[in-house]
Design a protein around this ligand. Structure first.
Ligand code: PMP
Length: 287
């Protein structure tokens, strides 16, 4: 973790960065967050993450804590103070600090803002992508508003732990009809047996991934079609290729689903190419 965090208007040493026990994010998960990947110290897919932050806040009727312009300056300053080139920036906005009560506090309570920055080892991430990762499946048990990026991540944390204990990198939620919704922290994709790219449509109860959205543009630019239709774990293990997308994963090849090997057990050519194209694109567009 970086050395400097931002908490409610102040940059403080990470070890001393604390929030009040009555913060509604802490008490009630009444908070939203965003994660930007950082390339060369710049925010990747900046616009998309800002737009989703604003939407998440609006859906929960939490005020934007400052203008987008001011927030951009604060985020950049957080990156600068941590001297991070390649990494991840985390922003959390809670409804604020107020005596614990389920209903909202009055308008005088201002949203609380926390920012942290951490470096990632890009070479290690590339080595991981070159090897591919495993995913496991788990029954969908989240609430009905997974389109809002809230910090209420207990089902995601439990699913991720299940994956970790199985030696996998990600867990996929599977709905009552037997279709994959998304990963605990990523969107799910396959190249099906017909060679078509497939990922679940965003009318479903999933997060509208920013990486997913940008990758759709990259794919369109390559003249390829995407079938926005759900798939089952069985279709995924029988697929030509499988991969996941997210600000952390970027585009990450999956080589096993519930312990069953995908293809020959190595990252697929399309997933590998899309990872490269995605990184080139966001690196060029980072601000
Ligand atoms: N789904 C979930 C549940 C996530 O937590 C994430 C990561 N934020 C994603 C999908 C991928 O979204 P993005 O590409 O915007 O990081």
């Amino acid at each position: 973790m970086g050395r400097i965090a931002y908490v409610n208007g102040r940059f403080v040493p990470h070890g001393q960065a604390v929030v009040h026990i009555e913060d509604r994010g802490y008490q009630l998960a009444d908070a939203v967050y965003e994660v930007w990947s950082l390339f060369d110290g710049k925010l990747a897919d900046a616009e998309g993450h800002f737009a989703r932050l604003e939407r998440s806040l609006e859906e929960l009727r939490i005020a934007m804590p400052m203008s987008r312009r001011a927030l951009t300056l604060v985020l950049r300053e957080a990156v600068r103070r941590n001297r991070v080139r390649d990494g991840l920036l985390y922003l959390q906005v809670s409804r604020g600090v107020a005596p614990r009560d389920h209903a909202f506090p009055g308008d005088e309570v201002r949203p609380a803002v926390v920012i942290t920055v951490k470096a990632i080892d890009r070479a290690a991430a590339e080595a991981k992508a070159a090897k591919g990762v495993g995913v496991v499946t788990t029954p969908e048990n989240r609430w009905g508003r997974c389109d809002i990026k809230t910090v209420g991540l207990l089902p995601n944390a439990l699913a991720k732990q299940k994956a970790k204990e199985a030696g996998a990198a990600e867990a996929w939620f599977v709905d009552e009809l037997g279709f994959v919704t998304e990963g605990a922290s990523s969107n799910a994709w396959i190249v099906d047996t017909d060679g078509r790219l497939r990922t679940r449509d965003t009318n479903a109860n999933i997060l509208r991934g920013i990486t997913r959205h940008t990758l759709l543009e990259v794919i369109a630019g390559e003249g390829l079609a995407v079938d926005e239709r759900p798939f089952t774990p069985a279709e995924a293990s029988a697929a030509k290729e499988v991969f996941i997308t997210g600000a952390g994963a970027l585009v990450l090849p999956v080589v096993a689903v519930d312990g069953r090997r995908v293809g020959d057990g190595t990252p697929g050519p399309l997933a590998t190419k899309l990872r490269r194209l995605y990184i080139e694109r966001v690196r060029a567009g980072a601000v």
